[in-house]
Design a protein. Structure first.
Length: 327
C-alpha cells in the first residue's frame, strides 16, 4: 500500500485528498519507484482545476526522485536499487510508491540529492528544451536578447542561470521588486517588475528599440499582447504555460502586422516522448547542475499532508524557485 494524493473531481485545492492505494508489480516497460521527494509544478494546478482534462479519479504529480524497487520485462537502463528521477506522464508522483513507465525515468547522479532531483527534472528539462530546442529563425548566439516571463519561478531561475552560461542577455519579468532582484542574482541581465512598469516599453529601451529574438512565456493571457510588441521582425513567441489563463483566440494577420512573427505552443512531453531524447536532455541538465552552471534553488518544502496549502501558495504567486513535497 502507498499513500497518494488523488482528486475525484476537478476544482480547488480542497479537492485533493490523501488516500491509501495498492501498488502492484511493474509490467513490461514499467518500474516501481519509492519516492524520497516529489516536485510541485503549475501543470499540477491545471490538471487539478480541469484546464487540462483527465479522467477521474486522478492521482496528481508529474515529477519525483527516489529509489527503483523493481523493473518490468524489457527495462534495461534501470535496475532495482538505482537512484532515479523523472518528469513523466501519466501523473501520479504525489505518492510514496508508484508503478510507472520506465522510458522517462533516468538514473540520478550520486552528486545530485533526491530533493534536488525531485525539484529540477520537469523545470530543468523545460528550460533545456526552451533555450536549446525552441529557437527563433537563425538560432540564438552569445549577446542575443531574450525575454523570459516569470523569471523568479522554478523554470525561470534555472533559465536565468543557463542563459547566462550560454552568453545570452536574458530580460526577466516578475511581479515584485524582490523577485526581480532574485532573477538578477541568478543571471538575468535585466529584470522588469511588470506590476509597476510597462514591460514592452522597457524591453524596447533596453534593446535600443530593436526588441528581442524570442519571448518565452508561461503566463499566458496577461502577457500575450505586449509580448508580441517586444519581438524583432521574424521573432518567435514561444508559449509554454497559462498561469494567468489561456491565451484568447487571435487573428493570424496580427503576426504579419507586427513583423512577420512566428508563434509556437510547446509542451515538455512532446520533447521527452522517446527514451533516447529524454536521456540526452537529462544528461544535458545533469551536466549543467553538476558543473555548477545551474544551481537548483528549493525555496519551499511541504510535507505531503500540506499539499492543499502548497497549491494555494503556488496559485497566489507566493512561491519562488522550486517547491517540493517531502515524504
Amino acid at each position: 500500500m502507498s499513500r497518494a494524493v488523488r482528486i475525484d473531481q476537478t476544482g480547488g485545492p480542497e479537492q485533493m485528498k490523501i488516500v491509501d492505494v495498492s501498488v502492484g508489480e511493474p509490467g513490461p516497460g514499467e518500474i516501481r519507484i519509492r519516492h524520497h521527494a516529489v516536485g510541485l509544478n503549475y501543470i499540477d494546478v491545471y490538471q487539478r482545476s480541469g484546464l487540462y482534462p483527465f479522467p477521474m479519479p486522478l492521482s496528481l504529480g508529474m515529477e519525483g526522485a527516489g529509489v527503483v524497487e523493481a523493473v518490468g520485462e524489457g527495462v534495461t537502463h534501470l535496475k532495482a536499487g538505482d537512484r532515479a528521477a523523472y518528469a513523466s506522464n501519466p501523473p501520479g508522483s504525489y505518492s510514496e510508491v508508484r508503478v510507472m513507465p520506465a522510458r522517462s525515468v533516468c538514473k540520478l547522479p550520486e552528486a545530485i540529492s533526491f530533493e534536488t532531483g525531485a525539484a529540477m527534472m520537469l523545470k530543468g528539462l523545460t528550460a533545456e528544451y526552451l533555450l536549446k530546442r525552441t529557437l527563433p529563425q537563425g538560432g540564438l548566439k552569445a549577446g542575443d536578447f531574450v525575454l523570459f516571463h516569470a523569471a523568479a519561478g522554478g523554470v525561470g531561475l534555472i533559465a536565468c542561470q543557463w542563459a547566462k552560461a550560454l552568453g545570452l542577455q536574458l530580460i526577466g519579468t516578475a511581479g515584485s521588486d524582490a523577485k526581480c532582484a532574485l532573477a538578477r542574482e541568478h543571471g538575468a541581465a535585466h529584470a522588469i517588475n511588470y506590476s509597476t512598469e510597462d514591460f514592452a516599453a522597457r524591453v524596447k529601451e533596453i534593446t535600443g528599440g530593436k526588441g528581442v529574438k524570442v519571448v518565452y512565456d508561461s503566463v499566458g493571457k496577461d502577457t500575450w499582447d505586449k509580448s508580441l510588441d517586444c519581438l524583432q521582425p521574424f521573432g518567435l513567441m514561444a508559449s509554454f504555460g497559462n498561469a494567468s489563463g489561456p491565451v484568447p483566440p487571435f487573428a493570424p494577420g496580427i503576426l504579419g502586422a507586427k513583423g512577420s512573427l512566428y508563434v509556437t505552443r510547446q509542451t515538455l512531453f512532446t520533447h521527452i516522448a522517446t527514451r533516447e531524447t529524454n536521456q540526452i536532455m537529462a544528461d544535458d541538465l545533469f551536466e549543467a547542475v553538476t558543473s555548477g552552471k545551474v544551481k537548483i534553488r528549493i525555496d519551499q518544502r511541504y510535507p505531503l499532508e500540506q499539499v492543499q496549502q502548497a497549491h494555494r501558495d503556488l496559485e497566489a504567486r507566493k512561491t519562488t524557485g522550486c517547491t517540493i513535497l517531502t515524504l
